[in-house]
Design a protein around this ligand. Structure first.
Ligand SMILES: [Zn+2]
Ligand SMILES: [Zn+2]
Length: 337
């Protein structure tokens, strides 16, 4: 145990009307298996925007968003066993699960009914300090760069799970609908495995980013790839992309919806969109095992997200840029600045 650095700490909290406001949070002593971290960087995810904009059911009147946190441990609870003060750790979306239900015991804890989430059910990383339970943190190499590591913790992990759910055959053709933080990391992962990748996305910034990568095709979100897709992942929260993605996917192929929120899917035509064994799947959060596997692979492949960096004072600006598509790649708050 170590002493708490300061009794008060700055944070940004949701206001319930599409904005966030500065607030002061009291830094509390970690209890049980909790660790307290000094936040160094926190990624900005579209889910944060869904929470700020009340597009997801509200879980708390006021919450500090942010679930891609890299921080240094400053204090540990009495039940913490393998984490020391000064260690660099990651805190991600999956905050805790019940550990005893059928899903938890079958390696499918992402489906646990009792799962709670960082920056949604409990305060997250748009703050100077954050708390998490030791079993749900990721230990990071001591020399990892906090800003470039932060987006791996949700954009990266969810992209990895989506790619696995997409069942892309070796050397197959993957279509990505939307090309933001998660998609560009997933593209790097798929390219490294020998896949060919096409990106269909709106917004100049996203297309420019896609054009810097070695992709087979880059076009508008309603463009058709040059050849049928074996698998597709829809990252944009737009249900009207689903019919086109299914049409562009070859018989037996799989379309995966990666986001937590999607506008309504228009009526599908069985013959045109689903018959000939096309699969439509969702992705729901991730297991800790997904996280550990992905972080290992990302380190081995030296996956380096394209970063747009923001100061702590400019978190509302980062959310505005994400909302309007003004920034490309991964948006990250550098909390040291
Ligand atoms: Zn459970
Ligand atoms: Zn996220």
């Amino acid at each position: 145990m170590s002493t708490i650095p300061s009794p008060e700490s700055e944070a940004w909290v949701t206001t319930g009307d599409g904005a966030i406001a500065r607030a002061v949070r009291h830094v509390v002593e970690p209890e049980g298996d909790e660790v307290l971290v000094n936040v160094l960087a926190c990624g900005v995810c579209r889910t944060d925007l869904h929470i700020v904009d009340s597009e997801l059911p509200r879980h708390r009147a006021e919450v500090v968003p942010g679930h891609q946190i890299v921080g240094r441990v400053t204090a540990t609870g009495p039940g913490v066993q393998r984490t020391r003060t000064g260690e660099l750790v990651g805190i991600a979306w999956l905050r805790e699960t019940c550990g005893v239900c059928d899903y938890c015991t079958a390696g499918r804890e992402n489906l646990c009914d009792q799962a709670r989430f960082t920056g949604y059910d409990a305060d997250g990383g748009f703050a100077r300090h954050a708390i998490a339970r030791e079993p749900f943190i990721y230990h990071l190499p001591s020399d990892a760069d906090p800003v470039s590591t932060a987006p791996l913790l949700c954009a990266g992990i969810i992209g990895y799970r989506a790619l696995r759910r997409a069942a892309l055959p070796p050397g197959g053709h993957l279509g990505l609908y939307g090309f933001g933080s998660s998609a560009h990391i997933t593209a790097a992962l798929a390219l490294a495995s020998g896949a060919s990748v096409s990106a269909m996305t709106r917004g100049e910034h996203n297309r420019h980013l896609a054009e810097t990568m070695d992709l087979a095709f880059v076009g508008n979100e309603d463009a058709s790839p040059l050849s049928p897709l074996d698998s597709a992942i829809i990252f944009a929260p737009a249900g009207d992309l689903v019919p086109g993605a299914l049409r562009a996917t070859a018989p037996g192929g799989t379309v995966v919806i990666a986001g937590i929120h999607l506008t309504d899917i228009p009526a599908l035509n069985y013959g045109e969109h689903l018959f000939r064994e096309k699969n439509l799947r969702s992705v729901t959060a991730n297991t800790r095992n997904d996280g550990r596997e992905f972080l290992r692979i990302a380190a081995a492949l030296r996956i380096a997200p394209s970063i747009t960096r923001y100061a702590f004072d400019d978190i509302p600006g980062a959310l505005d840029d994400l909302r309007s598509g003004r920034a490309s790649g991964s948006l990250v708050i550098d909390t040291t600045g």
